[in-house]
Write a protein that binds this ligand. Sequence first.
Ligand code: PLP
Ligand code: ZN
Length: 399
Amino acid sequence: MIATTTSSLLTDLHCSQCGSTHNAFVRQTLSSCCQAPLLAAFNLDNSGLQKADLATRTKSLWRYEELLPVLQPDNQITLGEGFTPLLSLKRLADTFGFSHLSLKDEGLNPTGSFKARGLCMAISKAKENGEQACIIPTAGNAGVAMAAYCARAGLEAVVVMPRHTPDAFKEECIGYNANLIQIDGLINDCAAKVHELNQDGRYFDVSTLKEPYRLEGKKTMGYEIAEQLNWQLPDVIMYPTGGGTGLIGIWKAFHELKALGWLSKEQRLPRMVAVQAENCAPVVDTYLGKQPNSKQYIGKPTLANGLAVPRPIGEPLMLNVLRESGGTAIAVSEEDMLAGVSDLCRYEGIFAAPEGGAIWAATKKLLHQGWLQSTEHIVLLNTGSGQKYLDNVKGQWRR
Ligand SMILES: *Cc1c(COP(=O)(O)O)cnc(C)c1O
Ligand SMILES: [Zn+2]
């Protein structure tokens, strides 16, 4: 009997450093040639796919299944991730002098963050490739998402997380039956522990960009922004940047939509802005020329746990996105991100993660600096729900 297959257009993987081609139909981690992230490629020219095909599709990221890497429908491990609302922020815009602000609320994803997109894809592919056990270093949300999708797929999960992470992240991982290991330090210290625990290769390592498919899940934010705006893109996208998969993925998605012919070749793409915390702003420092790269960067914890990534492996790819798009990188203080969380709550009823507070704080700052024009259409990506961060925001509401 021939197994049913999805109509995935996956063809191969390309090394992000040298461009060489790698087999997409076997287990892959970093590229064997350069130890660099691998990027999935699809057969998009003459695919015959039409925008109108989407009309009747499921309201989750699986509506784009041809553009995703999973080959067997049975391996699509889903909790209903994606197709989050793009909300207009009218009260905030009126109050702070903007004319067109929108927010994509990724806090509504399963497990309360956009990490669900990446991990649903990585764990679906891990299952498809016959993996039994997965391991991840995390600042919080990625570990929770991996634990949930592993539970649903019936895979063993090991999550290595900084000890200072709010309890809500830890309890949820334990609830999903993950083996939770706590480390004194940041995500790079957790990564060292993962390396130590996985000397014998017993686990599939789902670290950011060390396998090719979390990026494929995250890129669907780009498809959705385009589709939800009826294929008219905003002028600017504000993105809270840690490991950078969202930034890199959204940019990849826009290029794929051009290759499909769903966006015109001439269409101007948005300026992409990487927002970081002053406590841990490696990409901002490299972008501003304060260091050649972040390989030696020392970061401090931040209330926006997801932004505490001192030495992101995807830095070269992120810098390309910022330069190609004419974007920029900016850091905000802990105080400003808390004020940002308060603003989103009191003016719009959105309880964002501190990462979401940070992008709103950065948006106000860039308007004051004249980098943003008040008439531009600005899309904010709120990457997580505030609900897991109560330990971080408790008693700090701005009046
Ligand atoms: C992980 C995380 C980020 C950073 O995302 P990257 O795609 O790794 O840059 C931002 N916000 C939240 C809430 C996160 O969990
Ligand atoms: Zn290479």
